[in-house]
Design a protein around this ligand. Structure first.
Ligand code: PMP
Length: 395
């Protein structure tokens, strides 16, 4: 009989990934996240990080992290609700609430944790959650953890959203509509003004995960809600501190009463140790830097537009992104992985994204330019896309 401890059931699945040509080992980044990096022993242009503003290795943030370690140590020592709530955490939440123009903010250990914790805390079994079909995995998991009834509307399809609300809203006590602000795999924006209008018509609350809009859209990177001038009309604004802000963590911005409740029922707050001082110190410095100038966001958009124009001119299918995220759609999974590998050999790192991250048959490499790239990096990358694309007959 098979020895169950050899995990044969997993080996069969891993072998299937190998047969499909989508098995991969993790690339190893030898140093800080910069526009040009050494990755698994090879010098490449980095087009795959979420470090939108180049903050991940910013001298001011690094100094703030060091100062925080010197003052507070390396660990908070407990969950927020016991003795892990340091002055630094309080300062960060106050600063983020001002930045987001909301009454209050609760910070979590990651954006993923935030979705996993908030959705289940604010919904109950008599409620309904209506979620966009392309929402992020952390929203999907967060929704699964809720006892509410669930419905999905077709991606950004307002007629479908309304038909769900028409059919189901009246059967439930509260209704929460959840959407990404920026969809991470395509770079398109949620139709937030329409979603908010429908929510108001059907007496629903709105929840926007702005992981890829924070630090990117709106005044000084205040996010998608600010971009659409919808302050006061979105109930729960989620952001991450791991992408544009360059560190790690997540948060929800909204009413003070939301915060009061989450400090009692947000499970990652109650049962997981709070963010370490170095991270919190660096995030505070990041918000200060971001609000001091629009230079970072302007450079990000300038680079994004330049790079997109370059790829489009070569004849690539770059989808319908409205943000600096630039998907290059290849389709077939194995071909996507091979394309990414050939680009790496040509000196450009763009991670392949295949099922289950995106639907089957829509494999892509997702290019992420940052404010830290300069034209030289982008031109080199575009030239590599031209060479590799032609040799693989993609363009
Ligand atoms: N939401 C969205 C839309 C995301 O793209 C991500 C990151 N992939 C997250 C949440 C999770 O954020 P974090 O990396 O901070 O856990």
């Amino acid at each position: 009989m098979e020895n169950v401890h050899e995990l044969g059931f997993l080996k069969a699945q891993v072998d299937a990934l190998k047969t499909q040509g989508v098995f991969r080992t993790l690339p190893v980044l030898e140093g800080a996240n910069e526009p040009e990096v050494t990755l698994s022993g090879k010098k490449v242009i980095n087009l795959s990080s979420n470090n939108y503003l180049g903050f991940a290795n910013h001298p001011k943030l690094k100094q703030a992290a060091i100062d925080a370690v010197n003052a507070y140590g390396v660990g908070s020592g407990a969950v927020r609700t016991i003795i892990g709530n340091m002055t630094l955490h309080e300062q960060l939440e106050e600063k983020l609430a001002v930045f987001k123009r909301e009454e209050a903010v609760v910070v979590f250990q990651s954006g993923f944790n935030c979705n996993a914790g908030v959705i289940q805390a604010i919904t109950g079994e008599e409620d309904l959650i209506v979620s966009d079909s392309l929402n992020h995995a952390s929203i999907i998991d967060g929704v699964k953890l809720s006892k509410a009834s669930k419905a999905v509307f077709q991606h950004s399809d307002m007629a479908d959203l309304e038909s769900v609300l028409k059919a189901k809203r009246h059967l439930h006590k509260q209704c929460l509509i959840i959407t990404d602000g920026v969809f991470s795999m395509d770079g398109d924006l949620a139709k937030l003004p329409e979603i908010v209008a429908l929510a108001e018509r059907y007496n629903c609350m709105t929840y926007v995960d702005d992981a890829h809009g924070s630090g990117v859209l709106g005044e000084n990177g205040r996010g998608t809600v600010d971009h659409f001038k919808l302050h006061g009309r979105v109930d729960f604004s989620i952001g991450t501190l791991s992408k544009a802000i360059g560190v790690v963590g997540g948060y929800v911005a909204g009413r003070q009463v939301m915060k009061d409740w989450l400090l009692h029922r947000g499970r990652p707050i109650l049962f997981s140790t709070s963010l370490p001082p170095a991270a919190v110190g660096a995030i505070i410095a990041a918000i200060d830097e971001l609000t001091s100038t629009t230079a970072y966001t302007e450079k990000l958009w300038e680079n994004g537009n330049y790079f997109k124009a370059g790829l489009k001119a070569l004849g690539y299918d770059i989808g319908h992104s409205e943000t600096p995220i630039t998907p290059v759609i290849i389709g077939d999974e194995a071909k996507t992985v091979a394309f990414s590998k050939a680009l790496y050999d040509a000196g450009v790192f763009v991670s392949p994204i295949v099922f289950p991250t995106v639907p089957k048959g829509t494999g892509r490499v997702r290019c992420m330019v940052t404010a830290a790239h300069d034209k030289r990096h982008l031109d080199k990358a575009i030239a590599a896309f031209e060479r590799v694309g032609r040799s693989m007959e993609i363009i």
